[in-house]
Design a protein around this ligand. Structure first.
Ligand SMILES: NC(=O)c1ccc[n+]([C@@H]2O[C@H](COP(=O)([O-])OP(=O)(O)OC[C@H]3O[C@@H](n4cnc5c(N)ncnc54)[C@H](O)[C@@H]3O)[C@@H](O)[C@H]2O)c1
Ligand SMILES: [Zn+2]
Ligand SMILES: [Zn+2]
Length: 368
């Protein structure tokens, strides 16, 4: 079939919106009609050429929500008409990691996905006979996409797509870092560094887990106000002396839980140092630049602090994204403040500009 898509042709150049060809879903694959899609830093990171593992031509986008249009052979868990959220982090439910409750790092399709192919090593997207690669296994800056069944979470048909798509990446990452990775206990003190999509999701997660005190650190006063709306009790404008401020607020001890959602290794270090001696747990969600390292004084670890990392918030996507969406539908998570701009597919490059200007939390593409 023919469809419109935003294609990365050359790194550092605007995406080119054009008509491309999409082939039928093969075994284990599903054809999805996209209804909404968030524009995320990872899309821009690849488009800019900064990502050393990037490839082109490719259709970018990975924060999609839409409707199943048709399914290929052997697809058992989805049918036409189902509402789905796309998962760059799939869940096959069979591999050594999927059957273990400690991780969400499914091994099933990693290698091919990283190269821009579907699990069978080919692409479904093309243009005049030339293959166009899939991005993060999703390619959701397009009217339709073909994805593996194991990379689609079936969600409630009640959920508006423009909100549901935010659960495809940053929001679930923040919520999951708190709920899964740290498993924050009620009555505790938490500090969240960064109030972008991931950090704000973490603040909401701390509130859902019943944290007593939720401190949010960011450079932007507007973003700190959004954090207050998600349940932050204390706001700090970030800087050199952030750790001292947190120690002062906590009787000199530090926080029970800290979360890093900036991608800056200096902030990661602050998050480790702001965790309480004896049992403070620092969870790192930000993605640092290639080659950067995190500096930790070992004494901080010997005296009981721990450091954990979290990919997609440890969320096993097919099982847990639908649960998070249900909690949103039940009124427990306020998603509307994250949706800053509604744009069309043709305006996707404007979505990148808004993101670079830190104008709002998420621009969402709506497909008509
Ligand atoms: N682990 C995962 O699976 C996963 C998934 C999505 C995103 N991420 C990563 O998480 C990070 C956050 O993503 P996002 O979409 O929320 O990004 P974002 O850029 O919207 O938010 C980052 C926030 O950090 C703040 N910040 C920058 N420097 C700071 C400092 N010194 N002190 C305090 N705050 C500071 C910025 O003002 C901004 O509000 C990124 O590194 C992203 O790549 C990871
Ligand atoms: Zn993303
Ligand atoms: Zn798996």
């Amino acid at each position: 079939m023919k469809m419109r898509a935003a294609v990365l042709e050359d790194f550092g150049q605007p995406l080119r919106i054009q008509e491309v060809e999409l082939a039928e879903p093969r075994t284990g694959e599903v054809l999805v009609r996209l209804v909404a899609c968030g524009v995320c830093h990872t899309d821009l990171y690849t488009a800019s050429g900064a990502d050393p593992s990037g490839y082109a031509p490719a259709v970018l986008g990975h924060e999609g929500a839409g409707v199943v249009e048709s399914v290929g052979p052997d697809v058992t868990s989805l049918s036409p008409g189902d509402h789905v959220v796309t998962l760059f982090s799939p869940q096959c439910r069979e591999c050594v990691h999927c059957v273990d409750p400690r991780t969400n790092l499914c091994m099933a399709v990693r290698e091919e996905q990283n190269k821009g192919f579907l699990p069978d090593g080919t692409t479904r997207i093309s243009r005049d006979g030339e293959d166009i690669r899939h991005f993060m296994g999703c390619s959701t800056f397009a009217e339709h996409t073909v994805m593996p069944e194991i990379a689609l979470a079936k969600i409630s048909p009640e959920a508006p797509f423009e909100h549901a798509c935010l659960f495809a990446c940053g929001l679930s990452t923040g919520l999951g870092a708190v709920i899964n990775t740290a498993a924050v206990q009620p009555g505790t003190t938490c500090v969240v560094f960064g109030a972008g999509m991931v950090g704000l999701g973490a603040v909401a997660g701390c509130r859902l887990r019943g944290a007593e005190r939720i401190v949010c650190v960011d450079l932007s006063p507007e973003r700190l106000e959004l954090a207050r709306g998600q349940g932050a009790t204390d706001l700090i404008e970030g800087g050199e002396n952030t750790v001292e401020k947190i120690l002062e607020m906590t009787g000199g001890f530090g926080a029970d839980y800290t979360f890093e959602a900036t991608g800056n290794v200096k902030v990661m270090r602050q998050a480790v140092e702001a965790a309480r001696m004896a049992w403070g747990l620092c969870t790192v969600a930000g993605v640092a630049g290639k080659g950067e390292t995190l500096d930790i004084v070992p004494r901080l670890l010997i005296t009981g602090r721990r450091v954990a990392g979290s990919s997609f918030g440890g969320v096993k996507g097919r099982d847990q994204v639908p649960v998070l969406v249900d909690r949103y539908l039940a009124g427990e998570i306020d998603v509307e403040p994250f949706l800053s701009h509604r744009i069309s597919l043709d305006e996707v490059n404007r979505g990148f500009e808004l993101m670079e200007a830190q104008d709002g939390i998420r621009s969402v593409i709506e497909f008509s």
